[in-house]
Design a protein around this ligand. Structure first.
Ligand code: SAH
Length: 346
């Protein structure tokens, strides 16, 4: 049952302090409760042992503490872990822990389902139910951090917003969650270790630049030819490459941060020389690097990864033009945890 009471975790520290002043207590009590909720990650008022019984009772009367619960955990042969995470209203999202030799990365979701319609992505087939709250995003990171310590004996090192949803369509909450992740009262992580990945929403890229955010930006480009991009990502009709390009130039001017383009090469879709030339041209507008991602099949074979010769040709052209390029291998495929496979199958 969903409670009518307010979620205390939606309150800022200032709001909590005002609440206590309002009930005739000291503002400082707000700091104590805030610390329990965030630094100590307590999920019950009872557990707040330095708060008096009466005060806890009035908190109980006024608020609930919403939090996520890892409902189901799957482990891949390669060490990847996928969490199916239950939200306070029963909806489910997925997040993934990806261990490599030098890093442990958390891949987190920002929406339940997705607002966009990329034909090659399993999440796009789930209707967007709602945006995640800042604490629901933060909790996914904390859960993965704990699993990283438990199963891999090391703390989380990086976070990518590449799970379910389009982060820039839930911009305010994504930003608030990053505030928590990077603040000393939260996880104290450096924003340099966080990457927000977007399908490319120009207006929001400009807004991010204006907000002078400190995290990294990745853009799921997949084609630098407008017509092709529209075919595979129909929303791109409204968010044209030209507009995207100008927003990225604006981003770089303001932040001085290079952009990563995520790119999948598919047979018969973007495996021709003209596709490569268009990408090289696009890459020259703004300092960037290209991350070629392995395609993770999601269905009946409408999309097929191009052969290695096509990918090698991409790499050769990019390198010749001095554009840094890396190839990212899929992780956690056996448990449907790889990019684009998150679809709440369990
Ligand atoms: N909406 C955001 C973040 C979620 S998708 C975005 O589009 O960037 C995270 C990444 O996975 C994107 O680069 C996306 O293009 C990629 N992706 C989606 N489906 C995929 C699939 N089936 N195989 C490999 N990568 C996929």
């Amino acid at each position: 049952m969903i409670s009518e009471k307010r979620d205390i975790r939606a309150l800022s520290k200032e709001e909590l302090r005002s609440f206590f002043v309002g009930i005739g207590d000291k503002a400082f009590r707000g700091n104590q409760v805030y610390e329990w909720l965030w630094s100590k990650g307590i999920h019950s008022f009872e557990g707040m042992t330095n708060i008096s019984k009466e005060t806890r009772a009035s908190l109980e009367e006024n608020f609930v503490i919403n939090h996520i619960k890892v409902d189901h955990l799957q482990k891949s042969n390669d060490g990847t872990i996928k969490n199916a995470v239950k939200l306070f209203d029963g909806l489910i999202v997925e997040s993934v822990l990806i261990p490599t030799k030098n890093r442990t990365t958390a891949c987190v979701s920002s929406q339940v389902g997705c607002s966009l319609d990329c034909h090659f992505c399993a999440t796009a087939r789930l209707k967007r139910m709602r945006n995640l709250n800042p604490d629901e995003i933060y909790d996914q990171v904390v859960a993965i951090h704990r699993e990283s310590v438990l199963y891999h004996d090391r703390p989380l090192s990086n976070i990518v917003f590449m799970g379910m949803g389009e982060p820039l369509m839930n911009y305010k909450n994504v930003l608030l969650s990053i505030d928590k992740i990077t603040s000393d009262e939260g996880l104290g992580m450096s924003p340099k270790r966080i990457t927000v990945s977007t399908s490319g929403v120009p207006k929001m890229i400009r807004k991010m630049a204006d907000d002078e955010v400190k995290f990294n930006l990745a853009v799921s480009l997949h084609s630098a030819i407008q017509e092709t991009r529209e075919q595979i990502m129909p929303f791109a009709k409204n968010f044209t490459l030209e507009d995207l390009r100008s927003s990225l130039e604006y981003w770089y001017d303001k932040t001085n941060k290079i952009i990563t383009y995520e790119y999948i090469v598919w047979e018969g879709i973007n495996d021709k020389e003209e596709d490569i030339k268009a990408l090289v041209k696009f890459c020259k507008y703004t300092p960037c690097k290209v991350n070629i991602i392995e395609y993770n099949p999601i269905d009946d074979g409408e999309f097929q990864q191009a052969d290695s010769a096509a990918i090698d040709l991409y790499i050769a052209h990019l390198e010749k033009n001095k554009i840094p390029v890396t190839v990212r291998r899929s992780r956690g495929k056996d448990i449907d945890a790889a990019c684009g496979q998150l679809a709440n199958k369990q």
